[in-house]
Ligand binder design. Structure first.
Ligand SMILES: [Zn+2]
Length: 360
């Protein structure tokens, strides 16, 4: 639907929904994007390992629009050419796409009748199209009765996350990758099911797409945060590449940016020293990153997130970061030491009171 209609609907919801944390969860899209022409490969983000102090210098020569919603959107650099590797597979169905388009991890069966775990992590038997491997799995955060963080204008994370994931999928597929989304529409799906899809398909990269809330204060550029798996150096490199690409892609828009004072590529430990965020903890063994590119709780950034141009720019950044992760040894940048946090992440991601969508 149009952004205007979407915002009108979302504004009604805002009457009863206060701004909440993103809800990446300790355990816990229906808009078509403008299909703009994508010019040739442009400049990548700065490749150094400097601490995150995002400024316009991350995108030299790119003019700033006169307002956050200026019609002349920044151009989006193309995804670099990647020779996506053949994925060894024994042909086993590890996941299945049901006739309703819901992707589910397979737990058994075959020959057209697959035992699966549902989005709410219940057991079921379904028909569908089998999947064995994928180059990339993207995870649009939240959905259904879990909207995620809510902006002051009423825009919620879930549809924005899905729209950007769908666009990222399109860009990566155009470069030759196979890409699977954990969530294909507006329904609830538990963290354990999201992670099960990723671990089943063994992608080269797994990115969970979210948008942030509750910043510390104003910041000179995008306050992008990318969380990596503490015990995984490859996850850390992917987070550094993603931070680098996001800041370069988003800074030219101009906004009254907000951030946490430790914005950058970072980690969040649980009390036991492992990964706090369930999507990273449960996907151990896969190179995974949790992306919080912008603050939807900040009205200025919320207005940008509602636009196709900004969504396309963010999707391009995610796609380029993944392509560089696979095709290069670039180290990434923006690594920062996080300050300790005691505030829980937003709710959601569990299975209590979860209602499954129609599967077939
Ligand atoms: Zn979120």
């Amino acid at each position: 639907m149009s952004a205007r209609r979407y915002l009108a609907i979302a504004a009604a919801a805002a009457a009863v929904a206060a701004t909440t944390a993103c809800g990446g969860g300790s355990d816990g899209g229906d808009r078509a994007l403008v299909r703009g022409a994508i010019p040739g490969l442009g400049a990548q983000g700065a490749g150094d390992a400097s601490p995150p102090a995002p400024t316009s210098s991350t995108a030299p020569g790119t003019p700033e629009p006169t307002s956050p919603t200026a019609a002349a959107a920044p151009t989006v650099p193309a995804v670099p050419a990647v020779s996506w590797p053949d994925l060894p597979s024994d042909g086993t169905a590890r996941a299945v796409v049901t006739p309703a388009g819901v992707v589910l991890p397979v737990t058994g069966g075959g020959d057209g009748a697959y035992a699966v775990s549902t989005p709410c992590a219940r057991q079921a038997t379904v028909a569908g199209t089998p999947l064995s491997r994928a180059h990339v799995v993207l995870d649009p955060g939240h959905g259904g009765d879990e909207p995620g963080a809510v902006g002051p204008g009423g825009l919620t994370e879930a549809p924005v996350n899905l729209a950007i994931a769908q666009e990222t999928k399109r860009l990566l597929e155009a470069s030759g990758a196979t890409v699977v989304l954990t969530r294909s529409a507006d329904y609830r799906i538990a963290l354990r099911t999201r992670a099960a899809i990723a671990t089943a398909l063994e992608p080269l990269a797994f990115v969970s797409i979210h948008h942030n809330a509750e910043p510390d204060g104003p910041w000179p550029g995008p306050g992008a945060e990318t969380y990596y798996q503490i015990a995984n150096d490859a996850s850390k490199r992917l987070a550094g590449l993603l931070w680098e690409e996001q800041v370069a892609a988003l800074a030219p828009f101009g906004a009254d940016w907000m951030a946490d004072t430790d914005a950058g590529a970072k980690y969040r430990p649980a009390s036991d020293g492992g990964d706090y965020y369930g999507i990273l903890r449960r996907s151990a063994g896969i190179d995974a990153v949790l992306s919080e590119a912008a603050f939807i709780s900040n009205g200025s950034e919320e207005a940008l997130l509602a636009t196709s141009a900004f969504q396309l720019a963010e999707a391009g950044a995610i796609a380029r970061a993944i392509a560089r992760f696979v095709a290069t040894d670039d180290p990434g940048s923006g690594f920062t030491e996080p300050y300790p946090r005691t505030t829980p992440a937003g709710p959601g991601g569990g299975v209590d009171d979860c209602v499954d969508p129609p599967l077939e």
